[in-house]
Every structure is written in structure tokens, then in C-alpha cells.
Write a protein that binds this ligand. Structure first.
Ligand SMILES: *[C@@H]1O[C@H](CO)[C@@H](O)[C@H](O)[C@H]1NC(C)=O
Ligand SMILES: *[C@@H]1O[C@H](CO)[C@@H](O)[C@H](O)[C@H]1NC(C)=O
Ligand SMILES: *[C@@H]1O[C@H](CO)[C@@H](O)[C@H](O)[C@H]1NC(C)=O
Ligand SMILES: *[C@@H]1O[C@H](CO)[C@@H](O)[C@H](O)[C@H]1NC(C)=O
Ligand SMILES: *[C@@H]1O[C@H](CO)[C@@H](O)[C@H](O)[C@H]1NC(C)=O
Ligand SMILES: *[C@@H]1O[C@H](CO)[C@@H](O)[C@H](O)[C@H]1NC(C)=O
Ligand SMILES: *[C@@H]1O[C@H](CO)[C@@H](O)[C@H](O)[C@H]1NC(C)=O
Length: 485
């Protein structure tokens, strides 16, 4: 008889069988028999949460892939995905990556598609440059970050897609980045290094439950996209590896980043929207962004950076429940004359920090231009920046806040923040220039440009109450079932 099935679980008997069994149990008075009624997990079935489930499935091994860590599987990945793309309009498809070490160069995703990594699957990034096609620079950047001109496509790349999922039960992407870091340090890069995951011009994107290690450069880069969920990602890179940013939402609308653990050589999360005259011309902001339950270790950079590329604007960012350990700064704003754009309506609450160089850092003097053609009259606007409910310990300096002369950063609010200092703190704890705002219940005592509002009417800085649309996006329980892997 067919077993009763719900998702991956199946009961060993139907309801009718259960009743019959009860009679048998009563007759035989055998307590051991009742165990048969417990739900069991089918051994060849995996359950996962996703924005959509798929009607069709295949395993990477169906396409001749070899998981020995040395055979290149670039062609197998691309053949599998090209084959599965035919199901886009027929319920979509999922590609299962079984246990093994799957060496590959860059490959491209398709719409209504899920890439699922088994927990013992490792996608190993090839170190052969020929395995990495060159693509154009991002239009909002005008050039590559490492070198003028083109850039290598990401390990997992997708553009102009709808409904695409990269997930697993904590399988691994290993960027094998050391060769790229050496080339970067030795000035041997003719093109910009690849990222691990880049999704461009796409809607409905999920990246979840994976471990990403040793990326050549940035780890996760959703760009010009909307309705993006990044969830349960572990990112690990040596803390001195160059530009190994964790998650960089870039000119994206409606994004939710949650339950991530990031140790990195650069910012854990960097929110961006294009670079100087290229970003201004492209004009696509990052807005409606949630970042919550993030743990970050970033000794040389920020827990969350806003900028420095922000020429398309950054607005309505809500960050909460953040833990930072041994990081240079908390939520920092980096911009420069020539960037244009804005950083506004930023809300942060609930941060616990231990061993920080600066808790707060903002600068309008970051420099770092793509070329000399930036407009010196393109002055960025920074306003309505809210930080509240934070505790930090072992801090060297509370705040370094440097606005732009004649164009102050305005509407800064900091409330209910207690900062404990290290054994050798800076004498000047708050260094403020060209900033305007207020503070309430902040220790140590803030600078005069951010006057304390006193204890009679303590201020609570804003955090919006109404939800963003991305919070309503519900995940479904999906499953992959396979006889072999
Ligand atoms: C992936 O798509 C990009 C952009 O369309 C293209 O340049 C690149 O060659 C594709 N990669 C592969 C492996 O086909
Ligand atoms: C992807 O979408 C962008 C923006 O709509 C468009 O400019 C570009 O031509 C599209 N690319 C492809 C390969 O369809
Ligand atoms: C995923 O794997 C990483 C690396 O082994 C580990 O640190 C992390 O705790 C794992 N996450 C889950 C949810 O199992
Ligand atoms: C970069 O370009 C130079 C000069 O064209 C060439 O000699 C070198 O091999 C190239 N390096 C790489 C890593 O492709
Ligand atoms: C102040 O912040 C702490 C967390 O750091 C929080 O537990 C507490 O409720 C906040 N106090 C008020 C009055 O909001
Ligand atoms: C405190 O911070 C200093 C750096 O300022 C660091 O060397 C030290 O290990 C930290 N102490 C603790 C207890 O974390
Ligand atoms: C304070 O900040 C200003 C502007 O960034 C800088 O020029 C100055 O050196 C800083 N002062 C100290 C004591 O760090």
C-alpha cells in the first residue's frame, strides 16, 4: 500500500491501517507496535523553504558531472541548466548538486529555477581564467573595481531572470580565492575579479542556507533587482583578504537579509547604488532594505557600510538585531563630493558590539573616484539617520563624524547607546565636523553638534512601524526526491 505522504515525511500507515492496528494492538497488548504510527523521514527526500517549489527535478550527475574535485564541470552545469530552462513555463525546475567536490568555472542561471546544494556538496571555483567569461562593466560603475574595462562573470551568474533560487541544506561554494588575492596584491589583474554570486536585472531572487568561503572578491551581489531574500548564509573569508565583502545589495528594491553570519576581509554588508557620474546617470537607488539578525566580524571594515558608491541614492534601510565582534566600525556612511545621490531614512536599532575601533563613522571625504570626470558640484545629501538601543564594549573611539563643509549631514539622531571604552581609548571620543542632529541617553557624552536632549523629555530615535512588502513574502515547503545521489 502507498504510504501517506506530506512533503518529505511519510507515515507508515493510512488512517484505516492505524485503526486496524489499534485493534491489533489492543488484542495483542503490545506497546511496541504503536511506534509504527510515528512519522518518519524518507531517506531519499530533502525538504527546504523557498519562494516557489518546482515541478521538475534533475541531478547534476544526469549531465555527466564528476565530483572528484579535479574534473571541470562547467559544461555539465551549463548543459543541465539549459536543459531545465525548457520547464520555465511548465512549473519550473530544480537542479540538485549531490555530495562531492564539483569543480567549475562561471555558469548562468535561468528563470523559474532552483539550484539546490546537498549539505556535503562543494562547488569549487576553477582557478583557470579561461573558465571565466568576460562581461561588460556595470553601467552604474562605468568601469571595473579592480581594473578599467571588463570583469569576469561571477561563479554563479544570472541576468534578466524571474524567480530564481540558490539554496541548499548548507552546501558550500568555495571560491578558492587565494590566487586572485595574490594577483590583486601583485597588480597582475587585467580585469576585475569575479564574485561568487551575482544576480542582475532580476525579480524574485532567493539566496539561502549556504556556506560561502574564500571568494575571489565580493560574495553575494544582487544588482538592479527587486524582491530579494538572502537568508541563513554563512560567509567566511580570511580577515585580510582583499575586498571580500559579504552581501552587497546594489541598486535593489525590496530586499531582506536575515540570519547571516559573516567573517570577512571587508564590509559584512555593503549597500551600494553606483559610482559618481555613472551612478548619477544610471539613477537607480537601493531602497526598502531590511537587514536583521546579522553577526559580523570585520576587523578592517564595517558591519554595514552605506556607500561609498551611492550615487543612485540609498533610502529606507532598516537594520536590527545585529551583533558585531572585533570590527572596525558599526553602520557607517561613506561618500564624497562628486558622488551626488543621497543616503536618507536610515534606521538602526538593537546592536551589540564588542571590540570596535569606532562605533559610529560617517565621512563625506572618502574620495575613491572611478576617474577624474566626476562633477565637483555633485554633492551627496545625507539626512535622517537614526541609531538607537546599542551597547558596545572595548571601544577605542565612540564616533568620527565628518560631513561636507557647507553641506552638513543633517537629522542625525542617536539614542539609548552605552559605549564602554578600551584600556587605551582616544582622548577625543566624539570628533564631529559638519554634522547636525540630536542625542539622548548616550554615554560617553556626545559632541556639541549633537546636543543631548536631557532627561526630562528623553528622545527615542525613529524606527518605522509599518512593514515593508518584502516582509510579506512567505516561503513554502518544497522538497527534492531522488532515488540516488
Ligand atoms: C552568461 O551570460 C553572460 C551574459 O549574457 C555571457 O556573457 C556569458 O558568456 C554567459 N556565460 C556562459 C558560461 O555561457
Ligand atoms: C536585461 O534588462 C536590461 C534592463 O531592462 C536591459 O537593458 C538588457 O538589455 C537586458 N539584457 C538581456 C540580455 O536581455
Ligand atoms: C553551515 O556550515 C558552516 C561551515 O561549516 C557552519 O559554520 C554553520 O554553523 C553551518 N550552519 C548551519 C545552519 O548548519
Ligand atoms: C595582463 O596583460 C598583460 C599585458 O597585455 C599580459 O602580459 C598579462 O599576461 C596579462 N595578465 C593576465 C593575468 O592575463
Ligand atoms: C535601551 O537599549 C537596550 C538595548 O541596548 C534595550 O534593552 C532597552 O530596552 C532600551 N531602553 C529603552 C528605554 O528603549
Ligand atoms: C579590547 O580591544 C583591544 C584593541 O583595542 C584588543 O587588543 C583586546 O584584545 C580587546 N580585549 C578584549 C577583552 O576583547
Ligand atoms: C577630527 O576630525 C577632523 C575632520 O575629519 C580631522 O581633521 C581632525 O584631525 C580630527 N581630530 C582629531 C583629534 O582626531
Amino acid at each position: 500500500m502507498e504510504s501517506l505522504q506530506s512533503g518529505c515525511r511519510w507515515r507508515t500507515q493510512s488512517l484505516g491501517m492505524a485503526l486496524l492496528n489499534m485493534v491489533v494492538v489492543l488484542l495483542l497488548v503490545s506497546p511496541g507496535r504503536t511506534e509504527g504510527r510515528r512519522e518518519k523521514k524518507k531517506p531519499d527526500c530533502i525538504e527546504y523553504q523557498a519562494i516557489s517549489c518546482r515541478a521538475h527535478s534533475a541531478s547534476l550527475t544526469d549531465f555527466g558531472a564528476v565530483g572528484d574535485g579535479t574534473t571541470s564541470n562547467t559544461a555539465a552545469f551549463q548543459a543541465a541548466i539549459n536543459h531545465l530552462s525548457q520547464f520555465a513555463d511548465h512549473g519550473g525546475a530544480q537542479l540538485f548538486v549531490p555530495p562531492g567536490q564539483w569543480l567549475t568555472g562561471s555558469f548562468n542561471l535561468t528563470s523559474h529555477f532552483t539550484l539546490f546544494l546537498h549539505r556535503d556538496a562543494v562547488i569549487l571555483a576553477s582557478q583557470e581564467e579561461s573558465e571565466w567569461p568576460l562581461i561588460d562593466p556595470l553601467p552604474s560603475y562605468g568601469r571595473g573595481r579592480d581594473a578599467a574595462g571588463g570583469r569576469y562573470a561571477s561563479l554563479i551568474f544570472g541576468t534578466n531572470l524571474t524567480d530564481v533560487i540558490i539554496t541548499g541544506d548548507n552546501g558550500t561554494l568555495d571560491g578558492q580565492g587565494a590566487v586572485w588575492w595574490d594577483k590583486f596584491h601583485n597588480g597582475q589583474l587585467n580585469y576585475t575579479r569575479p564574485y561568487l554570486i551575482e544576480i542582475m536585472y532580476s525579480d524574485m531572487v532567493q539566496i539561502s542556507h549556504l556556506t560561502l568561503i574564500n571568494s575571489p572578491s565580493w560574495n553575494v551581489h544582487p544588482v538592479y533587482s527587486s524582491n530579494v531574500i538572502v537568508q541563513g548564509i554563512t560567509i567566511l573569508a580570511p580577515v585580510h583578504s582583499p575586498n571580500t565583502d559579504g552581501i552587497n545589495p546594489d541598486s535593489c528594491t525590496n530586499t531582506r537579509i536575515e540570519d547571516c553570519y559573516i567573517v570577512s576581509g571587508d564590509d559584512c554588508v555593503a549597500v551600494k547604488s553606483g559610482w559618481d557620474e555613472y551612478g548619477i546617470a544610471f539613477g537607480m537607488p537601493t531602497k526598502q532594505l531590511i537587514i536583521r539578525r546579522l553577526t559580523c566580524i570585520s576587523p578592517t571594515s564595517a558591519v554595514i557600510a552605506l556607500g561609498s558608491e551611492m550615487s543612485g541614492g540609498i533610502e529606507d534601510v532598516r537594520a536590527e538585531d545585529i551583533v558585531a565582534i572585533d570590527s572596525e566600525s558599526g553602520v557607517r556612511i561613506k561618500t564624497a563630493i562628486g558622488r551626488g545621490g543621497y543616503v536618507k531614512d536610515i534606521y538602526v536599532r538593537g546592536m551589540t558590539m564588542k571590540t570596535m575601533k569606532w562605533v559610529f563613522w560617517m565621512t563625506g571625504n572618502y574620495g575613491s573616484h572611478p576617474d577624474n570626470n566626476y562633477d565637483p558640484n555633485a554633492i551627496p545629501i545625507v539626512e535622517n539617520i537614526n541609531y538607537r538601543d546599542m551597547v558596545a564594549e572595548n571601544v577605542t573611539m565612540a564616533a568620527r563624524l565628518e560631513g561636507i563643509p557647507g553641506d552638513a549631514f543633517k537629522g542625525i539622531c542617536i539614542s539609548n547607546v552605552t559605549i564602554g571604552l578600551t584600556e587605551k581609548p582616544k582622548k577625543l571620543q566624539w570628533n564631529c565636523t559638519d554634522v547636525e542632529g540630536i542625542t539622548s541617553g548616550v554615554v560617553p557624552k556626545p559632541c556639541n553638534l549633537l546636543p543631548d536632549q536631557g532627561t526630562d523629555e528623553p528622545v527615542t530615535c525613529d524606527f518605522p512601524e509599518e512593514e515593508l512588502p518584502i516582509e510579506d513574502l512567505e516561503l513554502q515547503t518544497c522538497f527534492y526526491r531522488k532515488g540516488h545521489w
